[in-house]
Design a protein around this ligand. Structure first.
Ligand code: NAG
Length: 341
């Protein structure tokens, strides 16, 4: 883990810093003496999200680079193995420690080293008043699977949360595929990494999930709604086709294209619709698949040969789904395997 706030390879940075501490009562200014210090300071003094709210200034050629610039991911980030098939980004709130614990001991638990590498990372924001709480720091120390972003953890900031996670994934991990999901969802970790590595027919430009029908894509204009979006933020009355936030898979190239589009599309608080807008801008077509289930409908063992994400599970249901997923490894062998999305 890279805990030092200094850029890697800055020669003698530690020594300059120690000297500054000794000689100066205002170590703040010492930052300016360090290589790249002034830039760090500028970024430290403005919140991460500001980058998304400014009008686009970057030229297209600089765009590829900007996914790596200006974001200090801080010490609260997981270790990431390069060369993974799948990185699972789970949006979670600081107070949802119980849901995270359930996930860690159910579908995120490994019985043995998996044949197709995957990893789970929880995306969490700052708690009001205290930044990342002591409890989150402890969780990161114990499990190393928490990515804390520099944004306030509120429902209306969910879009920032996901952009931050995708940005981190692209600059630190670069898995072949990303899955964005929530902490009340089940993910079929027995099948999804293998399916992606072996059968998935769409190796690039992939954006797959449960795509909303047209009548479910109206922009909500009631200010009291959780999904309220004012006309100034997004003027069309309907969103383009987009995959439900319960779970969608992006190939690495698709994630990079989505992130690049975010530089020129004003942010809206409806995370999954925003990703749909970005995908459309990037020329990606969402692939709708029944492998992503919005309802938990007492799925049977054999369903877990096919289902990849199921939404709306409490703790006992996560346990049950995980048991069935593991049983499906050997059961239902007589059924033909579905190899399409
Ligand atoms: C989102 O996070 C930023 C940065 O912490 C904060 O200033 C802002 O109030 C948050 N927005 C909402 C809608 O919660």
């Amino acid at each position: 883990m890279h805990r030092s706030p200094w850029p890697r390879g800055a020669p003698g940075a530690q020594r300059v810093w120690s000297a500054c501490l000794l000689l100066s009562s205002i170590p703040f200014w010492c930052l300016l003496l360090l290589p790249d210090g002034a830039q760090k300071l500028r970024w430290a003094s403005r919140p991460f999200f500001a980058a998304w709210q400014e009008p686009p200034q970057r030229t297209h050629s600089a765009a590829g680079n900007s996914a790596h610039q200006g974001v200090d991911f801080g010490p609260l980030q997981p270790h990431c193995e390069p060369g993974q098939v799948l990185l699972i980004l789970v949006t979670s709130a600081p107070g949802n420690a119980a849901s995270r614990q359930v996930i860690r001991r159910t579908w995120a638990a490994r019985e043995k080293p998996p044949p197709y590498q995957w990893q789970v990372v929880f995306l969490i924001g700052q708690s009001p008043g205290e930044g990342a709480s002591r409890q989150i720091r402890q969780e990161q120390e114990d499990f190393g699977d928490v990515l804390v972003g520099n944004y306030l953890d509120t429902y209306r900031n969910l879009t920032l949360k996901v952009l931050h996670g995708v940005r981190w994934a692209l600059s630190r991990c670069r898995p072949s595929y990303l899955l964005k999901t929530d902490d009340d969802c089940f993910v079929n970790t027995e099948r999804l990494p293998e399916f992606l590595a072996r059968q998935n027919p769409l190796r690039t430009g992939l954006y797959a999930g449960s795509v909303f029908a047209r009548e479910k894509r109206k922009v909500i204009r009631h200010p009291s709604s959780k999904w309220y979006v004012p006309r100034e933020a997004y003027s069309p009355e309907e969103y383009p086709p987009y995959a439900s936030g319960i779970g969608y898979v992006l190939s690495l190239d698709a994630a990079a294209r989505v992130l690049r589009a975010a530089e020129s599309v004003p942010i809206i608080p409806v995370e999954d619709a925003y990703v749909g807008i970005l995908a459309q801008r990037a020329g990606l077509r969402p692939k709708s698949s029944a492998r992503f289930a919005k309802q938990n409908a007492r799925w049977r063992v054999c369903n877990f040969r096919y289902l990849m994400v199921v939404h709306s599970l409490g703790a006992p249901e996560q346990e049950l789904a995980t048991r069935r997923m593991r049983e499906a490894r050997h059961a239902c062998r007589d059924r033909p395997e579905v190899t399409r999305w």
